[in-house]
Write a protein that binds this ligand. Structure first.
Ligand code: DSN
Length: 432
């Protein structure tokens, strides 16, 4: 039998290697980011060992004197940043926030409309995901591949015909704003609640650079807080709705889908919201400009980037049809071996059988922007990708360009304090 101490140190060693791998890679996964030093510090506090159930000042546990103050502050900061009437920072992830809304605002047998998976919809809005498990009747909005967005006229017809209890918007391949304003009359006619899943674009909304769902007709926004919003792995719900609806949402959160809400990551979220109030607008603006620059550069190198009709993207994400270069699986795996980290992705014409080898790849610019890269580095990244998958150059040749580029960007930006990203923080003392 192996020695448990050695096994524990093996895990630690893997974590150190993981950090080093990301230090030396170009991180382009559209759903990830790095935290600020102050937010990371919150994760290793004693908050991470405690329980707090319910709402601040009405708990079921003692010992929450400081937790309540953190939660009050986080709620106030969130309302300020998003100009929201209500905020709940307790969901522990984006999917947890989505499930809370489903529990609060729907019951089995109700009807919901949502973007299709093939058009970038999230798994929690799928028949096999939370929506299906809640027992809802799901209808997908029709999708326009040229616009890379839901079809407005078809969606109006669908909403008026099916009269859903909930209309859900937001996706995991989220290139362009959702047409909420255009659908407003249909929402009103059928009296539906409008729910916007902002997981991918929360930081862009915080910075005022994408769309403003709470002013465009959404009753509630859910989101994860670690994609374009550069905080901890956590979730949030924001509202601009009546008290009764909000009460139902909050009951969906607790006791609906969670007991404790991971107090250390809530504190990290509060810190990140404060940082976003200070830096969010500039960060969001640069992230989107970088995505557009990367789309332009890849396209000029012969890679088929979708959404060309509208300038490739208005968010942090671009998607490319990569069938001519060997398909999503081959391309993402080869790039990973070269130190470029992105993911394969279904494109609108792929059926679900293709999920392990889809036509596309998805790329996000929020993390490379966070470490200070700009449009000229996007051109460099496009060259590196093309070198690997169009010119089929050897791994070592590509890798040396990746290392050269990455070694020039060694600081986390748009946050309080200074930090070298991906560095391993040592707390453990092996003793005698
Ligand atoms: N898995 C995330 C993404 O990559 O989009 C969403 O949950």
């Amino acid at each position: 039998m192996s020695n448990p101490y050695d096994e524990a140190l093996k895990i630690r060693d893997l974590a150190v290697k993981h950090n080093k791998f990301f230090e030396e890679s170009i991180p382009l996964i559209a759903s990830e980011n790095i935290m600020s030093p102050l937010a990371m510090e919150m994760l290793v506090t004693d908050f991470g060992s405690r329980y707090a159930e319910g709402l601040p000042h009405h708990r079921y546990y003692q010992g929450n004197y400081y937790v309540d103050q953190v939660e009050d502050l986080t709620i106030d900061l969130a309302k300020r940043l998003f100009n929201a009437k209500q905020a709940d920072p307790r969901p522990v992830s984006g999917t947890n926030a989505n499930t809370a809304i489903l529990f609060g605002l729907s019951k089995p047998g109700d009807t919901i409309t949502a973007p299709p998976l093939s058009g970038g919809g999230h798994i929690s809005a799928a028949k096999f995901g939370a929506v299906g498990l809640r027992g809802l009747n799901l209808f997908n909005y029709p999708f326009d591949v040229d616009d890379m967005n839901i079809d407005i006229d078809g969606s109006i017809k669908l909403i008026k015909k099916e009269k859903p209890k909930l209309c859900l918007f937001g996706k995991s391949v989220f290139l362009f704003p959702e047409p909420l304003k255009e659908l407003n009359e249909a929402f009103k006619e059928v009296g539906t609640k409008v729910w916007y899943d902002a997981a991918h674009v929360l930081g862009l909304i915080a910075g005022g650079k994408f769309q403003d769902p709470l002013r465009e007709g959404a009753d509630v926004i859910s989101g994860s807080t670690h994609k374009t919003f550069p905080g901890p792995q956590h979730g949030i719900i924001l509202g601009n709705t009546d008290d009764d609806t909000w009460k139902k949402v909050q009951r969906g959160v607790f006791p609906g889908v969670l007991s404790n809400h991971h107090l250390n990551s809530m504190a990290a979220l509060g810190v990140t919201i404060a940082e976003e109030i200070e830096y969010g607008a500039e960060y969001a603006d640069k992230t989107i400009r970088n995505a557009q620059a990367l789309g332009e550069s890849l396209s000029s190198l012969g890679i088929k980037v979708l959404g060309e009709k509208h300038g490739f993207t208005k968010s942090h994400t671009i998607v490319a049809d990569i069938r001519a270069q060997g398909g999503g699986r081959h391309v993402s795996e080869y790039l990973e071996s070269c130190g470029v980290v992105l993911n394969k992705n279904l494109l609108p014409w792929d059926d679900n059988k293709k999920s392990q080898d889809p036509s596309g790849i998805r790329i996000g610019t929020q993390e490379v922007t966070r470490i200070g890269m700009g449009p000229s580095e996007m051109k460099e990244i496009a060259d590196i990708i093309s070198m690997a998958i169009v010119d089929n150059r050897e791994v070592d040749q590509v890798k040396s360009r990746v290392l050269d580029l990455k070694s020039r960007f060694t600081e986390t930006k748009y946050c309080f304090g200074k930090h070298k990203p991906y560095s391993y923080i040592e707390l453990f003392n092996p003793g005698e």
